[in-house]
Design a protein around this ligand. Structure first.
Ligand SMILES: C[S@@+](CC[C@H](N)C(=O)[O-])C[C@H]1O[C@@H](n2cnc3c(N)ncnc32)[C@H](O)[C@@H]1O
Length: 234
């Protein structure tokens, strides 16, 4: 894989091999180079954030802006044991795996085998498959792992799995929910058992600005992804 950066615009392309055709002409070689139409390119190895461009689509992924907040507010890092459900496209599982390497691990559950295979394919694209165990299973029926640092639920009815999250987590471990609607947040809050602290509820609004021409916010953008609820097992 190669990352091609068009130096004038910053536009990125992830190419399986060279030469690679872009709207600015054919790019043939690595390093600082020029396309067949004389446009300047830099061609290097892609990083994790570049490979997102190649993600195989499946169920709606947890957005990286929100996962970054989870990272910041939990301190997730190398060595952590994480349970993730549902796997969906495998983006959250891969994001966590990237950060818990080299000695941590992610256990990612989904009830749908088709989604597990998309998630596994994406984890392989990122080269993170050794740090994730994908498991077909319904977390409302049980979670096998114990002494877990973080349980992350991006699924419609997380309250059905509270008991199993509590059994899986270490004392002080984090339960994080990712929920698109207020109705879900209300129910998640109302059904949370006493062995968890009350949720901190967040919504992260990210606004991009135009950086060329007059400096001002973009007219359009992603207006809502999901609420992020964070609790600790006590
Ligand atoms: C929105 S997707 C998750 C996306 C994922 N966080 C990502 O970043 O790619 C929700 C997934 O939860 C799965 N799911 C729903 N209920 C479940 C349950 N009780 N146990 C396990 N997986 C479940 C669905 O099959 C679906 O794949």
């Amino acid at each position: 894989m190669h990352l091609l950066i068009h130096r004038k615009s910053g536009k990125r392309y992830v190419a399986p091999s060279l030469p690679y055709n872009t709207e600015h002409g054919l790019v043939r070689s690595t390093g600082r180079t020029e396309s067949s139409t004389g446009e300047p390119f830099t061609v290097v190895e892609p990083r994790f954030v570049d490979l997102w461009l190649k993600l195989k689509r499946g169920p709606q992924w947890s957005h990286p802006k929100d996962l970054s907040l989870v990272l910041g507010l939990t301190g997730l890092g190398p060595g952590w044991k994480v349970v993730d459900a549902g796997s969906g496209t495998g983006f959250a599982a891969s994001f966590f795996a990237y950060h818990v390497r080299p000695n941590g691990h992610v256990y990612s559950y989904d009830i749908r085998p088709k989604n597990i295979s998309i998630a596994r394919e994406n984890a392989e694209l990122f080269g993170l498959q050794d740090y994730i165990s994908f498991k077909e299973g319904d977390v409302s029926k049980g979670i096998d792992e114990r002494d877990v640092d973080l349980v992350f639920f991006d699924l419609p009815e997380p309250w059905t799995a509270y008991k199993h999250a509590a059994d899986a987590l270490k004392l002080g471990g984090f339960l994080v929910l990712y929920l698109p609607t207020v109705d879900q947040v209300t129910r998640a809050r109302d059904e949370l058992p006493d062995c968890f602290t009350p949720f901190e509820v967040y919504e992260l609004v990210l606004r991009r600005w135009k950086s060329t021409g007059p400096l001002r916010p973009e007219n359009t953008g992603l207006l809502h992804t999901a609420f992020i609820l964070i609790s600790r097992k006590v």
